[in-house]
Design a protein around this ligand. Structure first.
Ligand code: TYD
Ligand code: MG
Length: 475
């Protein structure tokens, strides 16, 4: 008889407590602890090999002897590109057979659309795909597939199999029967195992369903993608537990009301977590956003437009994985109440914005005490890099003085509390991208001016040592 161990797991932070409590002592969430029973009988869990990285079909496992690192053969990770370049980029080149990925994101962000597009793309390339949905009917999925760009082949063909079923045992059985290259489960929150006495979405169900899919992937070589919902706080629901079990955790971010949506790898056993995939929701599904389109969308000020119209708008070349994107930062100042002035950031860090406002007051000569300040990164981008400081400060100063930074100007630099402008990483790539995208004038940290000139081509480079110098450049 297998022994069982009961513990209580917090739905929000995933930490384990020995007994039930009304409030999680680790994250402070109320009524978030859930009973969790686990069998200590090893035989009832998945086979040890089932959780390893390599599918068991790989042949004999390496003997359990320590080997000098020089003698260890590198793992040759096979990848199946979906052909959706932005998605493949985040995955590290394509879907890895036998891997399990978890895709999280707010409702309506496009999780089902993205995975259906990836499924259709793979099916169109001759792969077998099983798309299991616990949330929608097969007809609903077909209706969506019909409107997707690039899915015509898959919709006419016989490689894309749909299964509307919340019972995980049935899904796994169908996967064993049809042995697909790619299995999608949308979503794990509504899937359940009949033999577990807990409601769908509970930690017990989530964990067991996820483990079943991991076992399926590792033993069959099928790549599995699971949709997971997120909590109010933006974490995957039930999740820390699941994040440990899967190979890849992807977050689908962005604002439903903004054009750009970003897929980011939070964890990736087969690739970098620095990469981003950029998409835009269109009438025919998610369209990939390449650099070229971004450039057209937000090219630094069209020629001849009055500087005043650009007041409060500055561009900054920011790092996004292996790419540089030109971010458009806007600010607005409006008369508010002294002592109760509002500071609002959208797409920017609020604490950083407050700090920049203080620096502009103290060292830039701006009187912002009774000014409401709004600053935002356009297009739904989320900026965390301090390299955006100078552009943000210039946008605020521009809005305050109603002066523009001039057309085709980009600014780059981290601002210290003293107002000094500090250097940024990967200057070359940022400058080159900005110039290629039409920048004519670059405000850069003084210490990096000569390095910037070396790669700036015909564009003018202005060294900025202090935030005051930059403000003088507003016309
Ligand atoms: P969906 O993929 O269902 O989001 P999620 O699975 O993350 O909840 O779709 C998100 C929204 O996108 C939905 O409200 C409808 C819209 N949409 C389009 O604008 N164009 C399209 O081609 C599709 C398929 C959806
Ligand atoms: Mg959905």
């Amino acid at each position: 008889m297998a022994k069982t161990k009961t513990s209580f797991v917090c739905r929000d932070c995933g930490n384990v407590q020995p007994k039930w409590m009304g409030k999680c002592p680790d994250c402070g969430a109320w009524d978030a602890l859930e009973r969790f029973t686990e069998s200590s009988d090893a035989a009832s869990g998945p086979a040890p090999g089932a959780l390893g990285l390599a599918p068991e079909t790989d042949g004999p496992r390496t003997p359990r002897r320590a080997t000098p690192i020089a003698d260890v053969k590198p793992l040759d990770v096979p990848r199946v590109p979906t052909g959706i370049v932005e998605f493949d980029r985040v995955l590290g080149g394509g879907i890895v057979p036998g891997s399990v990925s978890l895709l999280g994101g707010d409702p309506g962000i496009g999780k089902s659309t993205l995975l259906l597009q990836a499924a259709a793309a793979l099916a169109g390339r001759g792969r077998t795909v099983l798309y299991a949905t616990s949330e929608e009917s097969a007809a609903q999925v077909k209706m969506r597939a019909d409107r997707l760009d690039g899915s015509a082949d898959a919709v006419r063909g016989r490689n894309l199999l749909l299964l509307a079923e919340p019972n995980l045992a049935v899904i796994v059985e169908e996967a064993r029967r049809t042995s697909p290259d790619f299995l999608v489960l949308d979503s794990i929150q509504l899937a359940y195992r009949g033999d577990i006495d807990a409601v769908p979405g509970s930690l017990q169900q989530l964990r067991r369903c996820c483990l079943d899919l991991v076992t399926l992937a590792k033993t069959s070589g099928t790549a599995v993608a699971i949709v997971g919902h997120v909590t109010k706080e933006g974490d995957l629901a039930g999740p820390k537990l699941l994040e440990h079990l899967v190979d890849v955790v992807l977050a689908f971010e962005g604002d439903r009301h903004h054009a750009y949506r970003v897929v980011r790898a939070v964890k990736n056993r087969f690739g970098s977590t620095q990469e981003l995939g950029l998409f835009e929701m269109s009438g025919t599904g998610l369209a990939e956003v390449e650099e070229a389109t971004l450039a057209a969308e937000s090219a630094p000020a069209t020629k001849g437009s009055p500087a005043a119209r650009r007041a409060g708008t500055v561009f900054a070349p920011l790092q996004a994985g292996s790419r540089v994107l030109l971010a458009e930062i806007q600010a607005l100042t409006a008369t508010g109440f002294l002592g109760a002035a509002k500071r609002r950031a959208s797409g920017l860090d609020a604490a950083r914005l407050a700090m920049l406002i203080a620096v502009l007051e103290k060292h830039g000569g701006l009187r912002l005490g009774d000014q409401d300040v709004y600053a935002s990164a356009l297009g739904g981008m989320r900026i965390t890099e301090p390299a955006a400081d100078l552009a943000t400060a210039l946008a605020i100063a521009g809005a305050f003085y109603e002066r523009g930074a001039g057309p085709a100007t980009v600014a780059l630099g981290e601002i210290a509390l003293s107002g000094d402008v500090r250097t940024v990483r990967q200057l070359d790539q940022r400058v080159q991208t900005a110039v290629r995208r039409g920048a004519r004038l670059l405000l850069v940290p003084a210490a990096q001016a000569s390095a910037a000139r070396a790669v700036a081509g015909g564009a003018d480079v202005v060294p900025i040592a202090h935030v005051r110098d930059a403000i003088e450049h507003l016309a």
